[in-house]
Design a protein around this ligand. Structure first.
Ligand code: BES
Ligand code: MN
Length: 458
């Protein structure tokens, strides 16, 4: 069969080494969105993506300013009014790479070892954007795109997409689409393609606790002054009860319960306690005992300590009573919780529980809304069929615990649903040292996307 679909797949197979080389070029740009030092790299990574779009023959390609990092836009509307328009979402920013000493290769000097490409952003998500770009390239170079496409590639996903909501609101016409393809989620395993239908939201805060005006000799003053590190630890310890439930006032009020049908669906997924133990290496699992692990990461909210800092943490010992302590705390949220209300609940908890022996401050660093998307529409059907073709098995439908701010902005601003998927794996070390991309799965992902676009042909 020598139809254009087959030609596109052949093109992808013949060009996979070059696709990988280009991905490595993009990975080499350290576009870390959280740090102001990388502003130029952010710009370079955006321009690099814009160049890819132009080389593909996309039109109206622009690196568009926002209140923060720029958005890369491009479109091809040549399939005409009778064909659907798909907004392909991606982000070119990455998380910080530290701790650097735990990497086996410098994070922005990608290397291939065995079946993997190692580097920051390989899986989350330059590799996923690249899979989309190269699926489209394979179709264009061997035939004609059967659908209209628009690209929305942002640079602030890893810091809460702060300016994307406004950007979408003020470019509704430009971004209008039938639905969005969002490959920023992932697969369950190399043999289990996955479509995600819910994401958790996020509320991220920083708490600082102050005590004495300077670090003190712990012998001269210990016993008279409430140690800020201890006070902060006491506050944090009180944020969960002995059953792992969060104690912030009203925290669970808006949590939408799971229906018995959905619980049964989730229970049937091939993911269990062993899966989590094996993926994490932790000695035992923890969390609300009345929920399955897959429910706890997908459909239940959490409160996590992301980092703690206080006092003397260098080598050896120093007898000091620190002047201050700091914690980064975030909550993963589920419908219908909101980050704003959750932040107020955290403030209310501190107001009620902070002792008079310390002063405290809190800042809300960034937020993302929880999302639930359609489980059946033309995009879902086209991708289901495509995955069946490539992997020989239909996709699993699941909730993911991560957050992507764009999904709700696109729902609210454009009235469009997202088809959430991706070709990263649970052991890709995203946000961790030695982030990697499983190349055979990535190559299948490119083929699946080629089928996906052809399956959408009117
Ligand atoms: N790609 C992830 C989100 C994700 C991970 C979805 C795994 C599904 C499965 C995304 O890039 C991410 O990490 N987002 C941040 C957003 C936050 C900083 C607002 C997250 O979830 O921590
Ligand atoms: Mn991420």
């Amino acid at each position: 069969m020598n139809d254009s679909r087959t030609l596109a797949i052949e093109y992808a197979r013949q060009n996979k080494d070059r696709f990988l080389k280009e991905l490595m070029e993009w990975i080499a740009i350290p576009s870390i969105s959280t740090s102001i030092e990388h502003k130029d790299d952010i710009q370079r990574a955006a321009e690099w993506a814009a160049r890819q779009l132009k080389n593909l023959g996309m039109e109206n390609v622009q690196v568009m300013p926002t209140g923060g990092h720029p958005v890369v836009y491009g479109e091809w509307l040549g399939a005409g009014k009778s064909a659907p328009t798909i907004l392909i979402y991606g982000h070119y920013d990455v998380q910080p790479a530290d701790p650097l000493e735990l990497w086996d290769n410098p994070p922005f000097e990608p290397v291939q070892r065995g079946e993997y490409l190692y580097g920051r952003g390989t899986s989350d998500m330059k590799g996923q954007v690249m899979a989309s770009l190269k699926a489209v390239e394979s179709i264009i170079r061997s035939g004609t795109l059967p659908v209209n496409i628009k690209w929305l590639i942002e640079g602030e996903e890893e810091v809460g997409s702060e300016h994307l909501g406004d950007f979408i609101q003020s470019h509704k016409e430009l971004l209008a689409c039938d639905f969005s393809l969002n490959p920023d989620s992932g697969m369950t395993s190399p043999t289990q393609p996955t479509i995600t239908y819910a994401l958790r939201g996020l509320m991220y805060a920083e708490i600082r606790v102050y005590g004495p005006k300077r670090d003190l000799h712990s012998g001269l003053f210990g016993g008279t002054i409430h140690n800020p590190a201890q006070a902060l630890a006491e506050l944090i310890a009180g944020m969960h009860d002995e059953n792992g439930r969060i104690t912030l006032p009203g925290f669970y009020d808006k949590v939408r319960p799971l229906s018995p049908e959905e619980r049964a669906d989730l229970a049937r997924l091939p993911i269990n306690e062993q899966t989590f133990l094996q993926q994490t290496g932790a000695p035992a699992l923890w969390g609300e005992p009345e929920y399955l692990p897959i429910e706890r990461v997908g459909a239940r909210p959490t409160l996590e300590v992301n980092g703690l800092l206080s006092g003397f943490t260098g080598e050896g010992s120093k007898t000091v009573l620190p002047a201050w302590a700091m914690a980064k705390i975030s909550c993963r949220l589920v419908p219908d919780q909101t980050p704003e209300e959750t932040f107020r609940q955290l403030v209310a908890y501190l107001e009620a529980n902070a002792p008079s022996t310390i002063r405290w401050e809190i800042r809300n660093l960034h937020n993302a809304s929880p999302a639930i998307t359609d489980r059946d529409n033309m995009g879902i059907r086209a991708l289901t069929q495509a995955m069946q073709t490539v992997w020989g098995t239909p996709p699993l439908f699941k909730r993911e615990g991560g957050s992507i701010g764009a999904v709700v902005f696109i729902q609210k601003g454009l009235g469009a649903e997202s088809v959430l998927t991706g070709f990263g794996l649970p052991d890709d070390n995203v946000h961790s040292p030695n982030e990697k991309l499983h190349l055979p799965t990535w190559e299948k992902g490119i083929e699946a996307l080629i089928h996906f676009f052809y399956n959408l042909k009117p």
